[in-house]
Design a protein around this ligand. Structure first.
Ligand code: GRF
Length: 193
C-alpha cells in the first residue's frame, strides 16, 4: 500500500487545510494531498491551494439539479484523484449517501465544540451564549447527519470569564491546527495495522 492520498473539503478560509499541508511538509503527517474540493468559488482556501500547487475542484450547488447530482460529481473527482481519505476542514455542507457509501469510515471532520454539544453553525457562539467555560474541539467520522458521526478524539480547553471572543477563537484555531494533523495521522496508521 502506498502513501495515504487525502482530498480536503473546505468552503472558506482554509487555515486547517493549510495546517495539514504544513504537517505533511514537516514530516508529521505521512500522506499526500491529491486535491481540494470547494463549494465557494471565492473562498480563500483556493488561494492557499494555488500557492501550494494543489489541484482544486470547485463545485457550485447551483450548477446541479440536486444534492445527489452534486455529490456524484464530487465522488467522481475523488475517484479520479484515487483518494483514500476525505478530510473535511470547514466544509459547510452535509455529505450525502452517494459519497458516504464509497468511503465507509474514511471521511473525517473537525468541529469546534465538545460534541454532542453545539452541533452546526457557529458552535463557538453557541457555547459562549450558554456561558460555557470549558470549550473544545472534536474530530469525528462523518455520517449523514450534521456533526453526528462517531467521535474519534476530543480536546477540551478552558477560558477565563471576560476573555474576548477574538482571543478565544485564536486559541481554538491553534488547537485545531495542532490536533487535526495528529489525529489524521493516528487514524490512517490504525487502519493500516
Ligand atoms: C474550523 O473552526 C473548523 O472546526 C470548522 O470550520 C472552521 C474552519 O476554519 N469545521 P478554516 O477554514 O480551516 O480556517
Amino acid at each position: 500500500m502506498g502513501i495515504a492520498r487525502l482530498v480536503i473539503f473546505a468552503s472558506g478560509n482554509g487555515s486547517n487545510f493549510e495546517a495539514i499541508v504544513q504537517a505533511i511538509n514537516e514530516g508529521r503527517l505521512n500522506a499526500t494531498i491529491v486535491g481540494l474540493i470547494c463549494d465557494q468559488p471565492n473562498a480563500y482556501c483556493l488561494v492557499r491551494a494555488k500557492k501550494h500547487a494543489i489541484d482544486t475542484y470547485v463545485v457550485e450547488r447551483k450548477s446541479f439539479k440536486d444534492k445527489t447530482e452534486m455529490d456524484k460529481a464530487i465522488l467522481n473527482q475523488c475517484i479520479a484523484w484515487q483518494a483514500d481519505w476525505l478530510i473535511l476542514a470547514g466544509y459547510m455542507r452535509l455529505i450525502t449517501e452517494e459519497i458516504l457509501r464509497s468511503y465507509p469510515r474514511h471521511i473525517l471532520n473537525i468541529h469546534p465544540s465538545l460534541l454532542p454539544k453545539y452541533r452546526g453553525k457557529d458552535a463557538l457562539g453557541q457555547a459562549l451564549a450558554a456561558n460555557e467555560t470549558t470549550l473544545g474541539v472534536s474530530i469525528h467520522y462523518v455520517d449523514e447527519g450534521m456533526d453526528t458521526g462517531e467521535i474519534i478524539a476530543q480536546f477540551p480547553f478552558t477560558i477565563r470569564g471576560g476573555e474576548p471572543r477574538s482571543q478565544i477563537e485564536e486559541k481554538l484555531h491553534q488547537l485545531e491546527h495542532r490536533v487535526y494533523p495528529e489525529v489524521i495521522q493516528q487514524t490512517i496508521q490504525e487502519e493500516r495495522k
